[in-house]
Structure formats: structure tokens, C-alpha cells
Design a protein. Sequence first.
Length: 170
Amino acid sequence: MVAPRGGFAVGELCIALGAIILAAVMVWQVFEIPVSPLYAQVGPTVMPFFAALGLGALGVLLLLSAVRGGWQPEEEREARPDWQALAWIIAGLVLNVALIGPLGFTIASVILYVCVARGFGSRNPLRDAGIGLAFALIAYFGFAKTLGINIGAGLLENWLESIVFGVVPS
């Protein structure tokens, strides 16, 4: 824990306000989810609502900490931002959004994973692609086969389904 300092920390204050605003948007969107009258008490809005409340509570705690001087150690506070790392992460997010439709969830997620790993300092893109592929396939088939939700089948997913499950995509 960092000893309290005088004044408030602007960077930490922005993060706290961002969390609170995001929580408010989440609560607003929860009330936009259509709920069937067949649900007695627990419906599709319960878990998103609690997630929004949790994020809002964390935002308030961060806000209190920021007003009391922040939570970062002094030496980290004075460090310059790593814009190149941020650029890699943003590029990964943009590529994921742009490529998930044409290439499918798995390939877009692998590209995102490799870009984010690079942003965090990894210099081994082949290893990162392998790890990202494993995570993406587990997530894809977990949603597709366990929950029956299609989160973006592409060429790779269709090819693997035809080999593993003997399903020919329509």
C-alpha cells in the first residue's frame, strides 16, 4: 500500500471516473436487454447487473484513493508512458474488430493476442501465436459446442469442425 500524499492524482482520477462511467453505461444497457415474461426472478439481466455494480463499486473505491493522493508509487508516477506499447495494443484491438467478420473469431483473436503480447514486451511472435491459438480455440469451441453460441465462425473453425466433429458447415 502506498502512503497517502497530499492533493489528488489526475491519472488515477481519470481511471476511476472512467470505471464509474463505464459502470453507468453498463447499468443503462442492462435495462435495454429484453426479458421474457417466462423468467420468474433470475433472467438474462442478473449477472450483467451485478458485474456493473461491482465495476461501479471499484470505481468509487479508486476515486476515493485518487482523491487521497493516488495508489501508484512515486517512482512509477513519474515514468513516461510507453506509447509504442499502447500502439501495439490498439492496433490489435482494431485488427480484431476489422478481421473477426472475414477471417473468423480464432484468427482475429490470435492476431489480437500476438499484438497485445508484443505491446507487453514479448519478442517471440510464433510462441505467442501458438498460445493465442490454443486460448482462442478453447473459447470458440466452448461457446459453439457447450453453449451453442456462434461467436464468429471462419474458415479455420469450419475446417476444424468438419475434421473433429464430422460436421460440414452450411
